[in-house]
Ligand binder design. Sequence first.
Ligand code: BES
Ligand code: MG
Ligand code: ZN
Length: 501
Amino acid sequence: MLKFTVSSVPLLKQNTEGYVFFLEEDFKFDAVLKDASSRFFPHLQNYFKDQKFTGKKGQTLAVHGFDDKNIKHLLFIGLGKKDKVYSLEQYRKSVALAYRLAEKEKISTYALTIPAKSQFGWNPEYLAQKTSCISLLAAYHFDDYLSEDAKVFKPTEMVMIAAEKDHKDIKEGIKIGTIIATATNRSRHWVDLPANELTPPYLAKRAVELGKKHGLEVTVFDEKKIEKLGMGGLKAVGMGSQHDSHLVIMQYKTKKKNAPTIALVGKGITFDSGGYNLKPTGYMETMKEDMTGAAGVINAIVALSELKPDVNVVALAPLAENMVSGNANHPGDIIRFYNGKTAMVGNTDAEGRLVLADALAYASKNFNPIAMIDIATLTGAASHAVGPFFSCVLTQNDSLATKVYEAGVTSGDATWRLPFIDEYKVMVKSDVADLCNNGKTKYYAGPTNGACFLSNFVGETPWVHLDIAPAAFDVPDTPYYRSGATGAGTRILIDFVMQWK
Ligand code: BES
Ligand code: MG
Ligand code: ZN
């Protein structure tokens, strides 16, 4: 894993193979650049011109210079035009681009200077947190099944340069950033593991192991218990699978007295074939991603056990595999949930809301949470609405919407709010049961449809539904993801809880 060290030695005196320069658009050829040029690469200024490197947003240039003994790699990253300060996301992207440039140039060790507060508006500790976290996300590569020569090169060390007085803070920032990245990359790894390996029992076992290691209380309900508790949604969805369904419940308890509880609920379908409403070719291949929500809540609470917020947290992950077989549920089946409500299964491919319904009802009844968030790869329609860079927020609680939005900005797990008012709720009504799981298509609004269904299972609990289907898998053109899983939801949940007031 990439190692971080802290140093006050100036950039060009560092012992590393690579030096990173973040340059604003139309930057001046200043003293540091002149120094770099005279030491390692005499015609740097002309070379910038030749390569048309002007510091445009996202522009990169690697220059191989020499001193007496060594090759020195100068890694230039364009920051673009500054609007008072650069955004946090612009900083994350720039740091990730530096990592990817080091990776591409096969540079093992590189150094960068933590920017001044005037440039990004944040203190050194916070920037160190973002620097370590995003570099580790940029490093992640799902290579378990690749032969050695197909694996990407991995830089081993990054030096963060800052004034001596900030070193303690920076080390603390690195610690936090590493905790968050480790959780997010573990989510990505679980999502990337194929469905023949990562099954509901496998994931339940991993949750138990991690919970034990981190001092969390973990309870796992098996199929018998699920049936006994009347969780007809979770039971129905897993019936077609040879693997048993589970409900994983993990609890973090703060030392602070009389603290409220926040509930996190994550959809855990380890493979979504669609069931008898089978997905066609082109839509099924990535459906190992359908447990991204469960990975998010489990790994978020593991990270929180180390970050130790002043609130209690409970994470619930209903785990099942949605398959076809003689035991699978049929379109038209009627099921009864934990809270006594009934639903007709209008479409076996709208299975996420069925497993979430039981978990949400269980959480609101048994933990009395002050706030509840569920995250789920719930609808393809969410992607049609917002494209790949955002998750959709659905809630009728404006104050929670603001908190989630802010956690999206700080964490980098960006969100966008979609409409959700009472008038939509009739669309999930049924003539033969309380509800129908797909509902009236005339209303379109697929993500809102999902939220309407789920709203029947939260009681009076303040609640937000996050549809992470757009951002969970195969997101293009970002310097800190690759093809495959993004771990969407993990980072935002951690920030949401840590920033709770
Ligand atoms: N897992 C899918 C949603 C999905 C689609 C996630 C694409 C990620 C990428 C979900 O279970 C599903 O199939 N939803 C249906 C709902 C419909 C039948 C009401 C959908 O989106 O078509
Ligand atoms: Mg079964
Ligand atoms: Zn489905």
